[in-house]
Design a protein around this ligand. Structure first.
Ligand SMILES: [Fe+2]
Length: 328
């Protein structure tokens, strides 16, 4: 990072109010990219995935902004998302109770009041998980149903609780104090997985989910924790925990996450643009922590592809943000 960018980043901790955002142009470009995936950068890195470039671009730019316009397309998309890549009849994805829990998780996440943790985050994660299964031919026996369920519920605590100052209208004016927003974001990030785990546990007991699946999902949810001890534990955990841990972090580097959060703020009024600015700033520090520290080697390829395209997108349409948030 050059000195100028370093100084800008330090100044941003105290004051960060980017200008010159070309939001409409960015959105149009995202739509164009979805129609013509060859517009993306860093294609060579994804040579192995050549045939699936369209799928990859679709995932990377997914915001689900169109889902209310066409219910039929949405239902089809959902079917595609849930389709089991393991193709095993024994998989828990065929268990009606698992499907019911997935449906409840999706429904709650559709109502999420957290701009960055909406249903599109869950769908992107599930679709990235599927890429791990198919592109890297992970042949070891993994339960797809448990993985989808863990991803559907891993941010459930955020759906009802977007953070300290967003819990009541009285506290919301505190949003004008940047460090209070930071504190709210950090506190939520430190406890979301543990709270989601508790919420899931309660609901799973009520539905009567089998003990084996419940355990798989619970450790899957905890795999997204930022707690240092839990992170150490993931290193010894099974493959599905490592996949979940990596893809939850990888999603932070997607254009879809960035654009969906902005849409949730501007169109759905979930928070103000001040929240978006602070989230970008904090996000840039968090993403740095993950660089080259992935649980799985293959995550590096996804990271390179997503982050280079996010950086390019930011430089094209969000020049002030780019200097702060671009992970590379
Ligand atoms: Fe997440």
């Amino acid at each position: 990072m050059d000195l100028r960018r370093k100084i800008k980043k330090i100044v941003a901790i105290f004051y960060f109010s980017p200008r010159g955002r070309k939001i409409r142009d960015a959105w149009e470009y995202v739509q164009r990219m979805r129609m013509d995936p060859t517009l993306v950068s860093n294609k060579r890195r994804m040579r192995k995935m050549k045939g699936n470039l369209r799928e990859l671009v679709e995932i990377m730019t997914e915001t689900l902004a169109e889902r209310y316009e066409n219910r039929k397309t949405y239902e089809l998309k959902l079917k595609k998302i849930l389709y089991n890549p393991m193709k095993s009849r024994k998989d828990s994805i065929h268990d009606p109770k698992v499907l019911e829990m997935i449906r409840i998780g999706f429904e709650r996440m559709e109502q999420s009041q957290d701009p960055c943790h909406d249903i599109s985050h869950v769908y992107r994660c599930i679709r990235i998980a599927k890429l791990y299964f198919s592109f890297f031919r992970l042949k070891r026996r993994l339960d797809w149903g448990a993985m989808v369920l863990a991803l559907a519920w891993h941010d459930i605590s955020r759906a009802d609780d977007p953070g300290l100052i967003y819990r009541s209208k009285i506290l919301k004016p505190l949003e004008s104090l940047p460090w209070v927003v930071d504190l709210s974001l950090i506190l939520n990030g430190m406890s979301d997985a543990e709270r989601s785990y508790k919420i899931f546990k309660q609901e799973a007991e009520q539905i009567g989910l089998s003990e084996a699946i419940k355990c798989l999902v619970e450790v899957g949810i905890l795999a997204t924790s930022t707690n240092r001890q839990t992170r150490e534990w993931i290193k010894k955990a099974g493959l599905s925990c490592k996949i979940i841990s990596d893809i939850d972090a990888l999603d932070m580097c997607t254009i879809g996450r960035f654009e969906a959060a902005l849409k949730n703020i501007l169109d759905n009024k979930m928070a103000s643009i001040k929240y978006f600015n602070r989230m970008n700033l904090l996000g840039s520090y968090v993403v740095k922590r993950f660089q080259n520290k992935w649980e799985l080697k293959c995550s590096n390829q996804f990271y390179d592809f997503f982050s280079v395209n996010l950086e390019k997108h930011a430089y094209m349409f969000y020049p002030n943000d780019a200097e702060i948030l671009a992970p590379n």
